[in-house]
Design a binder for this molecule. Sequence first.
Ligand SMILES: Cc1cc2nc3c(=O)[nH]c(=O)nc-3n(C[C@H](O)[C@H](O)[C@H](O)COP(=O)(O)OP(=O)(O)OC[C@H]3O[C@@H](n4cnc5c(N)ncnc54)[C@H](O)[C@@H]3O)c2cc1C
Length: 289
Amino acid sequence: MHHEPQPGSFSGRPEIDRSTLRDLLLDSLPGDTVVWRHRLVAATPRPDGGWELTFHGGHRTGCYILVGADGARSVVRSLLTDVPLSGVATLAELNIGDVDRRHPDLAELVGPGNLWCVGVNQILAAQRLGDGSLRVGISLPADDRPIDAYRRKPALLDMFGGWDPRLTALIEAGDSAPTPRLIEAMPIGTRWSSRPGVTLIGDAAHLMPPVGEGANQAMLDAAELASRLVANPADPESAIRAYEEVMFTRIHPIAGMSARVQAMMLSPTAAEDIVRFFTARPAEPAPAD
Ligand SMILES: Cc1cc2nc3c(=O)[nH]c(=O)nc-3n(C[C@H](O)[C@H](O)[C@H](O)COP(=O)(O)OP(=O)(O)OC[C@H]3O[C@@H](n4cnc5c(N)ncnc54)[C@H](O)[C@@H]3O)c2cc1C
């Protein structure tokens, strides 16, 4: 299946490189807003309200309202819920820099967007990034194999034995060894009882399979929480409660859809199912990178 957006239309699936988005957000803040190299290791309630924060290396500070935006393995999350994460896939990534010059054949194969090659319980994908590189991603079901089993190109090439060499060339051309990661998710429907002075946004609040929604929802969480806090500065507790209710209601169907798309993509009939998904329901969020 070949999908090309109409010129000037986002088709519901705009893309931006992660580093560009990060710079865009960081550059909109005063320079000293983000304090780098401070890994939170614990947050404990202060007797007079607010939180005592302890960072790796022993640095301490405090705050009145703690917003956990600390991603998939959030430390702040444990103040609100102890739901377990479960593995949903293994993703091994490779990068091919300066692809137009070094691998024009691969540049042409992938084109200006995404290429998805869907097999039986396995996917080989490549995405053009804004810096002229390709990011290659190999998705496989989460299994009991140690993650180190995916750290070598020959091991990945074995998993794609019998595939067209024009496709497996994407693995061979990787600039260095693959970086494998276990992709995890929180249970669909996760919610918690509101607690004064603390909440979560983004993956900390709703880690779900990466099918193209997580960053969007994280940004929407941030905007919604901020606007409620600003609108109600005298009562941050009710602003947090209102944000959480709206966020849970918004996220649960999206988490359900993400789990279904993830399961569909790594199934024995994935190729047919994905074509049907795109042709029958073109307005649904895409299984992105
Ligand atoms: C392979 C892959 C592809 C994806 N593709 C898409 C996509 O196409 N579209 C989309 O919308 N989403 C996508 N996602 C999901 C998206 O990346 C996440 O949902 C999004 O980054 C969540 O943003 P966040 O700010 O909550 O967490 P993160 O982006 O993970 O940011 C958390 C930040 O907190 C910091 N941090 C972590 N722990 C601590 C600590 N203890 N102390 C201090 N700081 C800490 C981290 O260093 C990091 O900077 C993808 C995810 C994966 C894994």
